[in-house]
Design a protein around this ligand. Structure first.
Ligand SMILES: Cc1cc2nc3c(=O)[nH]c(=O)nc-3n(C[C@H](O)[C@H](O)[C@H](O)COP(=O)(O)OP(=O)(O)OC[C@H]3O[C@@H](n4cnc5c(N)ncnc54)[C@H](O)[C@@H]3O)c2cc1C
Length: 512
């Protein structure tokens, strides 16, 4: 056990579970500051009741009196800004039958259910106050890869890096997310802002079927031809899904032969001009180019040159999923036509890349071990206008890890209308916002306030949110604004139809 885990465990035990076994306090766990450190009171489930589940359950049942409870409940979360919420029971399942048993147990004891996927959602909706947490951590197998048919079946807890590693070795690929450690589980249920999205579409568009355990403990398969309501919901409902997804059936693609990347670092002073140019060039690039504009801290070797901008720079990155190096070089050379090129501080052009290298690069921009506030949004506004609204605000920001990033969709510059048979329904010309990341708990208040202001400044430009990368805990309305009105309404109707007793937590329940 790591020192960190040990401290967490000790703090939890000393402050946590009362002799009567009914109180859980969260102080001392490195939890979100700015809020009361004492967590909710949730009654323990009696051992008599638990015994009725034990006989039907192969995995581990962990209760607040178990020493490992706080570590299992919160330790696996990506965001170091931990919630002050706890379930009453963690059911670490081994298979679908365990999932069904845990749901039936919750149902018959009038407990609600939450699901722990990979624990990577920035605002941690997998942890709710009270109820049963179904922890899928052990469901981490590749069930099959059919190279000829270009299909795979996977359990949920497999990371982007691992899925690409496995598929790339067979000459195949999949629209995974960008960062190495994020798991398919919640990524695929939420929508999936993916690599090569312009060509392959969102991750969820390549989900051909999902195996699910429903609110009454039934295992079913949802696809375009069976259980279509569940298929609609599973492709986008994210934290509001009223079932547990246990297997994904994926459509695969040929691995592009020449993944190629360029990046340009410009002085921060030229941010709006660069953004204006990026907006224009985006429409001339094919959809196989993923184009982004970052506001970031200058790399160490440029720090001296960037003092006047508070150490900030503007970075343009383009990754092309091409089939030949010539095609990539010819296309990416258009980025050299930027009139601001003479001012460029640093660049790297047409570098051949593997998925492994893409993950390393993304992993460096979004590193682990940090406290985070994240709000990524969709906008149809001009990129220059959007970045101008937060230019000064970012300049004053102190944390070296924070990035403000906007992906600018290429091709026709407006993504295709989304598939009406999936719940995921938000799209626009731009996607991005602030990923506020910092190290020290003592800086929580300052960073949270900075982030909130940044979200306020961006709000006039926002069309909608993305449920997987928005702070739906601080701003519950961002759940609704992650969907078209029609799909939000349909999701509510389906939840009422398929989970009438409210076994699963809704988007915003159990979070305060
Ligand atoms: C560093 C980093 C980079 C990221 N990059 C991207 C990116 O490139 N593209 C993108 O789209 N997103 C990205 N995300 C967001 C991420 O995809 C989502 O937050 C996603 O929910 C993470 O999946 P998870 O299994 O860890 O979810 P968790 O945090 O475990 O759960 C999130 C919600 O989904 C529910 N849930 C999860 N799994 C299941 C299941 N199997 N059945 C039922 N409900 C379930 C949970 O109950 C919870 O409410 C990134 C996140 C991080 C931390």
């Amino acid at each position: 056990m790591s020192e960190n885990n040990e401290i967490t465990r000790r703090s939890f035990l000393s402050k946590g579970v009362s002799a009567a076994g009914s109180l859980v306090f969260a102080s001392g766990l490195g939890l979100s500051s700015g809020k009361s450190a004492s967590a909710k009171v949730a009654p323990l489930i009696s051992s008599l009741k638990l015994d009725s589940l034990r006989g039907k359950f192969k995995g581990r049942l962990i209760t607040p009196v178990d020493p490992e409870f706080p570590v299992v409940a919160l330790g696996g979360l990506w965001n170091e800004l931990k919630p002050t919420r706890y379930p009453q029971l963690i059911a670490q399942v081994l298979d679908e039958a365990d999932v069904a048993a845990a749901i039936r147990f919750a149902r018959s004891n009038k407990l609600k259910v939450t699901v722990r996927g990979g624990g990577h959602n920035w605002c941690n909706p997998s942890v709710r106050n009270s109820g049963v947490m179904i922890d899928l951590t052990k469901m981490n197998q590749v069930i099959s890869v059919d190279k000829a048919a270009k299909k795979a079946v996977l359990q949920p807890i497999i990371s982007n890096r691992d899925v690409q590693k496995r598929l790339n070795a067979e000459g195949l690929s999949f629209p995974s997310g960008h960062c190495p450690e994020v798991k398919l589980s919640g990524y695929l249920l939420s929508g999936g802002m993916s690599w090569n999205q312009g060509v392959w579409g969102h991750g969820v568009g390549s989900v051909e079927a999902v195996e699910l355990v429903t609110a009454d403990g039934q295992l079913l398969t949802a696809s375009a031809t069976e259980n279509q309501d569940y298929f609609f919901a599973a492709r986008g409902a994210g934290p509001g899904l009223f079932a547990v997804a246990t297997r994904y059936h994926l459509k695969l693609y040929d691995l592009p032969k020449a993944i190629t990347a360029s990046s340009y670092v410009y002085p921060y002073e030229h941010l709006e001009e660069v953004a204006q140019w990026v907006s224009g060039v985006a429409g001339t690039l094919p959809p196989s180019v993923e184009l982004s504009l970052f506001m970031v801290n200058a790399p160490a070797d440029l720090a001296d040159k960037c003092k006047e901008s508070g150490g900030k720079v503007c970075m343009v990155t383009a990754t092309m999923f091409a089939d030949s190096a010539e095609e990539a070089a010819q296309t990416l050379s258009r980025l050299d036509s930027c009139p601001l090129l003479p001012y460029v501080l640093k660049s790297s052009t047409c570098e051949p890349m593997t998925f492994e290298q893409l993950f390393d690069a993304s992993g460096a921009l979004w590193p682990s071990g940090l406290r985070c506030n994240v709000d990524a949004m969709f906008s149809d506004e001009n990129l220059a206008t959007v970045v101008a609204s937060v230019k000064e605000h970012y300049k004053t920001h102190e944390s070296p890890s924070t990035v403000v990033m906007f992906a600018v969709f290429t091709g026709k510059n407006v993504p295709e209308p989304l598939d009406p048979t999936m719940a995921f329904s938000m799209t626009a010309r731009l996607y991005g916002g602030p990923w506020t990341m910092w190290k020290e708990a003592s800086a929580d208040e300052r960073n949270i306030a900075w982030h909130k202001k940044c979200v306020e400044l961006l709000s006039p430009h926002i069309k909608g949110h993305y449920v997987a990368e928005s702070d739906t805990v601080a701003n519950p309305e961002f759940s609704r604004t992650s969907y078209s009105q029609k799909n939000w309404q349909r999701l509510s109707e389906l939840r009422a139809k398929y989970d009438p007793d409210g076994v699963f937590f809704d988007y915003n329940q159990g979070l305060t």
